[in-house]
Design a protein around this ligand. Structure first.
Ligand code: FE2
Length: 545
């Protein structure tokens, strides 16, 4: 382990805010990295220490880091549900790391139909369970209505991403949810999420599917449920929303709040300026923020048998905000330039400003999402950077919102924070990002985790082993009352040179530059991941005999 810890490296740097054209070309890695997290590719040997990181990227490095999916190339099916007790560990699992780390991602049950996109695979949930210094691993498909129907038929019945018109007639009325995007716990169950449908509830210990269409005891009015609920930092309530909430392609959004015991205490209905992907949202102590991007519903494409979305070049964004606890009628929509943002890192309001930190690209961040005008996807404009959006609350009718790039050289699309700070001022964030070797620009850039500290604008880097791809990281606090960012950062590293074999890397979240405190060495590849979630032991049910 000591060698491994030497292999990672630290960087404490102020934000280098200038990039030349060549460097900017390489920034497409933001989008590519998010695909890599889904595809779950691989790793290798120790990387040399370097004086600074992350370095600038050339455009050639993009395909070396995570190759853009090639047209006509079918993704490999995995499908193996796995149980392993007492997995081999390098180093020592910290005694205060108690609970379970869950993750979900698409793992196609049958080969995807031509023209479909990798986001449409069935949800495959995995769990690393920490118990007295040991780690048990388990993975299971979500037995939702779609999975069960397809298993019975022995073929795919929902052939196109969010296009119900191509569904097999036998599945009429069934939930289309794949539950492959995010996984959270709430009121004693694990909820697997996909934003076009209600959650599926699973057993936190066995991963058995308990309810394939979970409607919060009949309280969920929306027909959909976001993949990114937030936890109120003071009450512990879950604040969430559904878009296209009154049905396919509708412009209705339902925002709602449930207590930790599952009682709905508030909801509001609003309308969006146009039907675009609302993958995430922001919740401060006083406001709800919705951000509408031009990855927009495409009725013509649906008629042609295509997917739900296309990037509508040139269409403006809309930043919408309204008071929590109200009826939504006070919503203000501020028109802004063409941009994309899919994930929020953190947010707050201080009475004067409403601030949302998110990853943001100039346009379509996904190479596999169609361009409505038929143009070729541009990886430069598709690159994502951590960006601060802000609105001046002192103005009665603000006409614009601020856009400020926070860390110019950090390219990535899957930021995470200490989730105890979802609705309050915060300073610490984590981001998977690439880092090239300046001495060997022809080499595949390293996969890294960056720890950002907004209070000093400094960045600390853990650089993964050579040829590894690191999935989205997840933070586990050292204890319920630990200071912000004090705890562990964990994420799955997959090794390309070992057929995708995976490790779980565990870092001290305050010293990620020192390398792993423990590495859980799985003997196999595992299902891929979009998002992951930590559940502390206190929130887990007792193990059944
Ligand atoms: Fe997401």
């Amino acid at each position: 382990m000591s060698d491994k810890r030497k292999s990672s490296r630290a960087t404490s740097q102020s934000d280098p805010s200038t990039l030349d054209r060549r460097s900017f070309m390489g920034s497409a890695l933001g989008a590519a990295a998010s695909i890599g997290a889904v595809a779950s590719t691989g790793l290798g040997a120790a990387a040399p220490a370097a004086a600074q990181a992350p370095g600038p990227m050339s455009s050639d490095m993009l395909d070396r880091y995570v190759p853009t999916p090639k047209e006509g190339k079918k993704p490999q099916l995995f499908r193996a549900e796995i149980t392993i007790s007492d997995v081999e560990v390098d180093g020592k699992i910290p005694s205060d790391l108690k609970g379970a780390f869950y993750r979900t991602g698409p793992d196609a049950q049958y080969p995807l139909a031509p023209g479909n996109i990798p986001f449409d695979g069935e949800g495959h949930v995995s769990m690393f369970e920490f118990e007295n210094g040991r780690v048990n691993f388990k993975s299971r498909f979500v037995r939702n209505e779609r999975y069960v129907a397809q298993e019975k038929a022995g073929k795919i019945l929902f052939p196109m991403y969010r296009n119900p018109y191509l569904d097999d007639p036998s599945v009429k009325g069934k939930s289309r949810g794949t539950h492959n995007t995010h996984i959270i716990h709430h009121n004693g169950v694990l909820l697997a999420l996909k934003e076009d449908s209600p959650p599926a509830a699973m057993d936190l210990r066995t991963l058995e599917t308990l309810d394939p269409v979970y409607r919060f005891n009949g309280q969920l009015e929306s027909q959909t449920f976001t993949a990114h609920p937030k936890t109120d930092s003071e009450t512990g309530n879950m604040v969430a929303f559904g878009y296209e909430a009154k049905g396919f392609a509708t412009d209705d959004v339902n925002v709602f709040e449930y207590t930790p015991k599952g009682k709905k205490v508030w909801d509001a209905w609003v309308k969006v300026p146009y039907v675009g992907m609302l993958h995430d949202f922001a919740v401060t102590q006083h406001y709800i923020v919705l951000y509408v991007i031009p990855l927009a519903y495409d009725a013509e494409q649906i008629k042609r048998g295509g997917i739900h979305w296309s990037w509508n070049n040139g269409q403006p964004t809309y930043f919408g905000f309204f008071r929590r606890g109200g009826d939504g009628k006070d919503i203000r929509w501020i028109k802004g330039p063409e941009r994309s943002s899919t994930h929020v890192l953190g947010c707050f309001d201080d009475g004067k400003r409403l601030v949302v930190d998110c990853e943001m690209s100039a346009y379509n961040p996904f190479p596999f999402m169609p361009m409505r005008d038929g143009s070729r996807w541009d990886p430069v404009r598709g690159a994502s950077r951590m960006t601060r959006l802000s609105v001046d609350l002192s103005k009665k009718t603000p006409k614009d919102y601020g856009i400020e790039v926070l860390y110019q050289n950090l390219i990535g699309a899957l930021p995470r924070q200490d989730d105890r700070y979802n609705t309050m001022p915060y300073k610490i964030g984590f981001l998977p990002c690439p880092d090239p070797d300046p001495k060997d620009p022809g080499k595949r850039p390293s996969s890294c985790y960056a720890r950002m500290d907004h209070s000093t604008k400094s960045v600390q880097i853990y650089r993964g082993e050579e040829d590894v791809t690191l999935a989205e990281a997840c933070f586990a606090p050292r204890s319920k009352s630990a200071p912000e960012g004090s705890g562990y950062l964990m994420g799955v590293a997959s090794h390309a040179k070992e057929n995708g074999r995976c490790d779980l890397v565990i870092l001290d979240a305050e010293h990620v530059d020192q390398g792993p405190v423990a590495t859980v060495r799985l003997p196999t590849k595992i299902a891929g991941q979009i998002h992951g979630w930590w559940v502390p032991e206190a929130d887990l049910p007792p193990k059944k005999a």
